[in-house]
Design a protein. Structure first.
Length: 59
């Protein structure tokens, strides 16, 4: 099954170039269509960790 983009249409980058909506970096967002499924899973895992760092109650 293809990995879907975690985009939530809240495209605002913080001072570290991390999207406040999906928690991907600007580079990860722009490279998304070029990534293979494994890279996408890794990006989603990293984005979840970033989200937990700013929101400890996030899933």
């Amino acid at each position: 099954m293809p990995v879907r983009s975690p985009c939530v249409s809240v495209c605002v980058l913080d001072e570290n170039d991390i999207c406040t909506g999906c928690h991907r970096s600007a580079t990860e967002i722009t490279r998304w269509t070029l990534m293979d499924e494994q890279e996408r899973r890794e990006v989603i895992a990293a984005a979840r960790e970033r989200n937990r760092a700013v929101n400890p109650f996030a899933r």
